[in-house]
Design a protein around this ligand. Structure first.
Ligand code: IVH
Length: 679
């Protein structure tokens, strides 16, 4: 092995480790992601070319270990202890008094930390290199989860800097940040999969995976809060300084950690963190006070399995028991029907909770919630309270199952639940009061009818004051009504009337977008307008005809069809047209599916938006013959990036060439673009 590649690999690893530390530990990226990825790939190819350079502590090896059959057991060199609890200020004063009496001092300095709601881990570094990670287990024996811990980017594979002891065990909490937890559950819910009940369970479930690739896909991170065994090196003599030193060696330390004086200092910390609990990006169930001076810690020692020098001061519980009085259905702004449990009021997470979301029909069934059930409700931070699970053994004989209504409870329109979707929606659209406000905001928005000056505040007043029920009502407003609203006057009212007048002249695609059909965004609206040419044609199309439009699948087609089936929607559209909303009809283009019959095309180079095979399929669906070689009979060559010999051949034969932009136009409209000028 030459010195070149080894030195290069070491250099790339050092770079990646530094960037990783900046990104995951300090939350302060040094380079853009693309640069990180580039260097990562360079290291990967170097390691592939020189397999002898590979080692399991390379940043490329965080993920990819083979799944295990079982976790092996690890004996902790230094027991992992638990903490005594305090719930009231009195108990904190008692704790402080006991500490002072034992130490025979007047006042004690404490290190205060949030008590993270995850699971404890012990990570051993030998000569600065991560060699083992184990869960707490029963405190004396845990499970070896080394390959899972390696996948967590904020856990350094090597400690950095000066003075790292030959052996050091760092201890801390593995947890899942609130945002990652919410996003993961939202994805699971969308796919109809099981959700995790809270970030703690999610973190524990993610870490206890025999296949580390699963752990790698979960948003886990870690804060260090202490050390276990230490050999061949020293540490500072106070807890606060030890944490600062661990931070310098590259470990992630909670930024809230604070050293204070006496019980009063502790209680002030508790109050401050308590006030900010909801806005912290992770869940905590209290705070921990630790005697800061290590000599004092040693003097205090332990009782049974808990140190005398530390205590956990707990916050009010975030999960409580209560009874479901009823299950009602709420209609959201997009028409989504959400089952909501009406509860016996219960004090949880610091507030009285009377409602808890059940998310959707499948979730009610999966959790098997009946009216009359005793349930665990959870209110964590500012997240909407939810039902975690039912205590089946407490179900009364007269408990009733929940049935999703067939009609919207707000407006009586039919509800629809598309196949493969978890959400049931009201089809009432513009007519449904719950959807009105958002519908009107959307209607007036810049990319829809673009009513200048009709902001959220104004929409709220107009809808709340019953001045506007549907977008058509906007065009019936008079200057005096508008001028009577908050923060409005004659002049601003007249401006709004003028803006409304101006918005009447629009295009079919804007109008189709503006009326707010579920899942019809701007590009679908444009495709519909081009395909059908007139509103009447779209309104009378059946599902099958609608599916012929590019990008309209069966689900969207069914949303469109249902929308126009609703008499209320038809009435609103009618009123809008009567009020003068208008647009020029579009000359219908040739039906796309026949547009390319008799044409021979050749694809070459790399496309950005789709693979060549996908492009080929779509062109063939429009009737084209897609050939592999260029000849005089070729009608067009479609050249992506880095096109080679086929492009030169086309040029030499004088065959017209289009780029990817031309291809997109062709797929959307069936029209050939002007040949690309490549001179
Ligand atoms: S110190 C000897 N500090 O709470 C003290 N623990 O009941 C050992 N925890 O299993 C723990 N945040 O998982 C400590 N800042 C913190 C903590 C913390 C959460 C957990 C830890 C431990 C349990 C102790």
């Amino acid at each position: 092995m030459s010195a070149g590649p080894a030195a290069r690999a070491a250099e790339l690893r050092a770079l990646l480790e530094r960037w990783n530390h900046r990104y995951y530990v300090l939350d302060d990226p040094e380079v853009p992601d693309a640069e990180y990825d580039r260097v990562f790939r360079d290291l990967q190819s170097l390691e592939q070319a020189h397999p002898e350079l590979l080692s399991d502590d390379s940043p490329t090896q965080r993920v990819g270990a083979l799944p295990l059959d079982a976790f092996s057991e690890v004996e902790h060199r230094v027991a992992m202890l638990s903490l005594g609890n305090a719930f009231e200020a009195d108990e904190v004063h008692d704790f402080d008094r006991r500490v002072r009496e034992r130490l025979e001092v007047d006042s004690v300095r404490y290190a205060c930390e949030p008590k993270l709601d995850g699971l404890a881990i012990n990570i051993r570094y030998e000569h600065g290199r991560l060699v083992q990670a184990a869960t707490r287990g029963d405190g004396s024996h845990g499970e070896d989860v080394t390959q899972n811990i390696r996948t967590i980017r904020s856990v350094p594979l090597h400690l950095r800097g000066e003075g790292v002891p030959e052996l050091i065990e760092v201890r801390g909490e593995i947890y899942m940040p609130k945002a990652g937890f919410e996003a993961m559950n939202a994805r699971a819910r969308e796919k109809g999969e099981k959700t995790f009940v809270n970030p703690r369970n999610a973190a524990a479930g993610s870490l206890r995976q025999l296949d580390s690739r699963i752990t790698a896909s979960r948003p886990l991170t870690m804060f260090c809060y202490g050390v276990g065994a230490v050999e061949g090196g020293g540490l500072p003599d106070s807890h606060g300084e030890i944490l600062r030193q661990l931070g310098e060696w590259g470990l992630r330390i909670c930024p809230e950690v604070k050293v204070v004086q006496g019980a009063e200092g502790c209680l002030a910390f508790y109050a401050d963190i308590g006030r900010r609990r909801d806005s912290l990006p992770y869940e905590i169930d209290g705070v921990v006070y630790k005697v800061d001076n290590l000599i004092q810690q040693r003097e205090l020692g332990f009782v049974s399995r808990a140190p005398r020098w530390a205590v956990a001061h707990k916050f009010p519980a975030q999960e409580e028991l209560t009874v479901v009085r009823d299950i009602e259905v709420n209609v959201g702004r997009t028409g989504a029907l959400t089952p909501v449990a009406r509860l016996e009021p219960v004090f949880v997470g610091g507030v009285t909770v009377t409602n808890a979301t059940l998310h959707n029909e499948d979730e009610v069934r999966r959790k098997d919630v009946h009216i009359g059930d005793t349930v665990i409700v959870r209110r964590a931070g500012d997240v909407i309270p939810e039902v975690v699970r039912v205590l089946a053994e407490r179900r009364p004989a007269d408990a009733r199952a929940f049935v999703m209504p067939s009609h919207c409870p707000e407006c009586g329109s039919e509800v629809v639940r598309e196949e493969g979707e978890a959400v049931t929606r009201c089809s009432g659209g513009l007519f449904c009061p719950a959807q009105r406000r958002e519908a009107i905001r959307h209607f007036a928005s810049r990319r829809a009818l673009d009513v200048e000056g009709l902001g959220d505040k104004l929409v709220e007043q107009l809808v709340g004051g019953q001045h506007v029920h549907t977008p058509a009502d906007l065009y019936r407003l008079d200057v005096n009504t508008i001028a009577g609203l908050e923060r409005m006057a004659q002049k601003s009212a007249q401006n709004l009337i003028d803006a409304l007048e101006k918005s009447k002249h629009t295009s079919l695609e804007r109008f189709l977008y503006a009326i707010g059909i579920a899942q019809v965004g701007e590009s679908t609206a444009r495709a519909l307008a081009r395909h059908f040419g007139s509103l009447e044609a779209v309104m009378t199309a059946d599902v099958e005809t609608l599916t012929a439009v590019p990008d309209v699948g069966p689900v969207v087609a069914s949303h469109i069809h249902t929308f126009f089936q609703q008499p209320h929607n038809r009435e609103v559209i009618d009123s809008l047209r009567k009020a003068g909303v208008q647009w020029p009809d579009i000359a219908i283009e040739q039906p796309a599916e026949q547009a390319l019959i008799g044409k021979t095309l050749v694809l070459t180079g790399t496309l950005g938006a789709m693979s060549r095979d996908q492009a080929k399929e779509r062109l063939q669906a429009m009737g084209a013959k897609v050939s592999g070689s260029v000849s005089k009979k070729t009608d067009y060559v479609i050249a992506g990036e880095n096109a080679g010999s086929k492009l030169s051949k086309a040029e030499s034969l004088g065959v017209p060439v289009m780029d990817e932009g031309g291809l997109m136009t062709l797929l959307e409209t069936g029209q050939f673009p002007q040949p690309t000028d490549r001179s």
